[in-house]
Design a protein around this ligand. Structure first.
Ligand code: RFL
Ligand code: PHB
Length: 390
């Protein structure tokens, strides 16, 4: 079998890249280890930057997102018993974010791909990229016990943090940077109306909490928890009690409780691999970098990598120029590192660390107090939250 671009991974990066390339007439095949239902069952991101919306629109998959997504013009920071609103739109000249679940984005892109008759091979086992340092790369995989080979011009590793693409690169050719945080996020989804109509990020001596949502009738809440906590130890009642304790009274009063239908603990990590290109293999999205979810940047960074790589590949096929793919790694990484910095900073300011003592707590509160009362500091937060320019 032969195609122009093999895409490993059918998460948002792989699907978005595949659709943009296909719209441009560039043939591609997606190889996905999991089943379609498994991919759609993962609950993850919820906040999309304008640049991500634009790219989904360019792919032609934005219709339902605009109909059902919730545009947000602000967020609140909670600390010292009070809520403080950051007016994102006023501070950024009218920019907003959209609350629309990653699962929905993935769904829309999968539907679009299927309607266009583009190939995705689900439950592809032992996917392996080969010979990407030369001119004739290929990918092997197994399906239903039978081995297959796809020859191609380029391989794109859109296979997430635990994928095979980054691991296929010789360790001497890649450099990684990492910070693991000493806590996790316990998250739940419940079919109840959200506490308010915007997100609330809360700093509290008991630990961080986040009030988010998926729609006007579905809420997504998180509380910081120790990494070794087990889901079984967190009944819904315990979760709701802990969440309310970490919020100012006015926000806690707005919490509507109900049975959760999803509950999971996610570790927090910052990670960057450099570079993002190895001959004819490119790393994209979580395959190359991870940020803690505090800045809502993971999916948005995946989309930003896709944008730069799409530009590069389009230029290669349209104009026979490799300038864009040559610039991919440095262009993408420059945006990645700024989001890594922002996510690390938000995480550091809002969470309780094992060594946070009373002094540390007061320093966090002083920083937050400065942030919400200084127009310039608020504007810097808002500028990063809505997404830095490309
Ligand atoms: P994904 O989504 O991990 O998709 C990778 C795909 O590759 C497949 N795969 C393989 N396929 C073939 N062969 C192999 N060997 C393979 N190995 C893996 C996998 O099955 C999968 O289908 O990576 P992608 O596409 O780069 O997308 C990245 C985003 O998923 C991620 O950055 C975000 O979810 C992060 N994130 C958030 N990002 C935001 O922008 N805003 C948010 O509000 C936000 N909240 C979050 C988040 C992530 C979270 N968790 C659980 C990690 C909240 C949470 C709790
Ligand atoms: C979410 O809704 O899952 C969400 C929102 C904002 C974040 C992280 C996660 O910063």
């Amino acid at each position: 079998m032969r195609t122009q671009v093999v895409i490993i991974g059918s998460g948002p990066s792989g699907l978005l890249l595949g659709q943009l390339l296909a719209n441009e007439g560039i043939a591609n095949i997606i190889l996905e280890r999991a089943s379609r239902d498994h991919v759609l069952g993962r609950v993850r991101a919820g906040v999309l930057e304008q640049g991500t919306l634009d790219l989904i629109d360019e792919a032609g998959a934005g219709e339902r997102m605009h109909a059902e997504g919730l545009p947000h013009e602000g967020i609140s920071l909670a600390f010292d018993g009070r809520l403080h609103r950051i007016d994102l739109a006023a501070l950024t000249g009218g920019k907003r974010v959209m609350v629309y679940g990653q699962t929905e984005v993935t769904h829309d892109l999968m539907d679009k791909r299927e309607a266009a008759g583009l190939a995705t091979i689900y439950e592809a086992g032992n996917v392996e990229p080969h010979d990407f340092s030369g001119e004739a790369p290929y990918v092997t995989y197994e399906k239903d016990g039978v081995g297959h080979r796809i020859d191609c011009d380029f391989i794109t590793g859109c296979d997430g943090f635990h994928g095979v693409s980054r691991k296929s690169v010789p360790s001497t050719a890649i450099r990684t940077y990492e910070r693991a945080y000493p806590f996790g996020w316990l998250g739940i989804l419940a079919e109840v109306p959200p506490a308010g109509h915007e997100l609330i990020y809360a700093n509290h001596p008991r630990g961080f909490a986040l009030c988010s949502m998926r729609s006007t009738h579905r809420s997504r809440y998180y509380v910081q928890c120790p990494l070794d906590d087990r889901i079984e130890d967190w009944s819904d009642d315990r979760f709701w009690d802990e969440l309310r304790r970490r919020l100012p009274a006015e926000a806690a009063a707005g919490i509507v409780t109900g049975a959760s239908f999803e509950k999971s603990i996610a570790p927090l990590r910052s990670f960057v691999a450099e570079p993002l290109r190895f001959g004819r293999l490119f790393l994209v999205g979580d395959a190359a970098h991870i940020v803690p979810p505090t800045g809502a940047k993971g999916l948005n960074l995946a989309a930003s990598d896709v944008r730069y790589l799409y530009w590069g590949l389009r230029e290669f096929y349209r104009e026979n120029s490799s300038a864009g793919i040559d610039a991919y790694s440095s262009r993408a990484l420059s945006r990645v590192w700024k989001a890594v910095r922002f996510s690390w900073w938000m995480t550091t300011m809002l969470h309780r660390f094992p060594d946070t003592d009373d002094f540390g707590q007061r320093i966090q509160e002083a920083e937050l107090d400065y942030l919400v009362h200084s127009q310039m500091a608020s504007a810097a937060l808002a500028e990063n939250y809505v997404g830095l320019p490309y």
